[in-house]
Every structure is written in C-alpha cells, then in structure tokens.
Design a binder for this molecule. Structure first.
Ligand code: FMN
Length: 186
C-alpha cells in the first residue's frame, strides 16, 4: 500500500513543489512507498449539481461526469494515508483541490463512507504575507473532517519559516511512516 501525495500548483519549481518533494523524500527515507498525483495535470471538472441538487452521488455514490475524478477517488480509498499539499490562494485551498473535494464530499457523505478514518497530513504553502495559511489548513481539515477523514498533522509553510520548515517536512514524512507502522502492527 502506498501513501498518496496529492498536490496542486501550476509551478513545478515553486514552494508547493519543494514542500511536496521534502515530504516524499521523508516517506521514502523511512521505507514508505509513495504515489504522487499532481492535480493541475488531472482532468477533474467541477460538480454539475445535477438532478435537483442531489444526483447519482446521493443515490449510488458515484458521479455522472466522466473524467479523472473516479480514478483519483479509488486511489484515495486504496491508500494507506493521504498527504495534501496546496498553495494558499485567497486564504484558501487551490481551486483544483477545492473542486475535487467538492465532488468527493458528495459521494462520501451521501453514500459511500469509504474514507472514514483515513489518516492524512495537511500542508499549506504561502509565499506572500503568510496570512491565511492557517485558515487554508482549517478549511481543508473541515472538509476532510466532514467525510470522517482524520488529520494527524497540519503544517503551514510561509516565507518566514520556509528555511526550517522544508527540512521539517522531511521529518513529517518519516514520522507518518512510523505512525502508520505503529497502528498497523498493534
Ligand atoms: C491567486 C493567488 C492568491 C494568493 N493568496 C495568498 C494569500 O491569501 N496569502 C498568502 O500568504 N499568499 C497568497 N498567495 C501567494 C501564494 O500562496 C504563494 O505564492 C505560494 O507559494 C504559491 O505556491 P507555488 O510556489 O507553488 O506557486 C497567493 C498567490 C496567488 C497566485
């Protein structure tokens, strides 16, 4: 089983990518297996609010739109844990992550409940003032909590802390593997 790392940013060499790389290196250093999904390269459309506002998501736990949503949902269900890494935009998550979670939440809370108790690590990267990084993490956690997912760490990376936070993300990746080994060997 792999730890799924879902990240979003249009910049392949920006702060979000650097944060993601450090978590991935940490996971691998501790002997974990990772799979990365770059959301900006996925074709995931926004919810159509089909039917009367409730569509197939409520009745059958699946979405009518044919795109990359379903495959990513299945990866999340299969993953040992999920790491989310997002830039902070307007004190909030990247739009592509928000759009994915909007559709996921409908299928999960209305029908499936496959992700109940799934552990996750949340990372928000702000290159500006840093204002909104905590709110971004809080918004992300609230959406995941609505689906019964369990955040075990929340990490803001801002201009002030990036020099010590990027190495700390490596530590977070390592710690996640140790944490998962502990729960799976209990
Ligand atoms: C549309 C937009 C909105 C942003 N909003 C915020 C913000 O609310 N707070 C903040 O500190 N930085 C904000 N930023 C700065 C980004 O969080 C910062 O550049 C981040 O590092 C982007 O990640 P990247 O290096 O992967 O592009 C914003 C940037 C963009 C493009």
């Amino acid at each position: 089983m792999a730890i799924l790392v879902i990240w979003a940013s249009p910049n392949m060499d920006g702060l979000t990518a650097a944060a993601k790389d450090n978590v991935v290196k940490g996971i691998m250093a501790a002997g974990g297996v990772t799979e990365e999904v770059h959301l900006n390269r996925q074709n995931i459309k926004q919810c159509l609010t089909c039917g009367d506002g409730w569509g197939l998501c409520q009745a059958e736990g699946r979405c009518v739109i044919r795109d990359d949503f379903r495959a990513l949902y299945e990866k999340m269900v299969a993953a040992e844990a999920v790491v989310f890494v997002t830039p902070v935009y307007w004190h909030d998550l990247a739009e592509c992550l928000k759009g994915f979670l909007d559709r996921l939440r409908r299928c999960e809370t209305a029908h499936n409940h496959y992700l109940q108790g799934k552990e996750c690590v949340l990372v928000a990267c702000a290159g500006g003032t840093g204002l909104g990084a905590i709110q971004c993490l809080s918004n992300l956690e609230e959406t995941l909590r609505h689906m019964g997912m369990k955040a075990i760490e929340r990490l803001p990376v801002i201009r002030f802390n990036r020099d010590y936070m990027l190495p700390a993300l490596n530590g977070a990746g390592q710690q996640l593997v140790k944490y998962l080994q502990n729960i799976f060997t209990k």
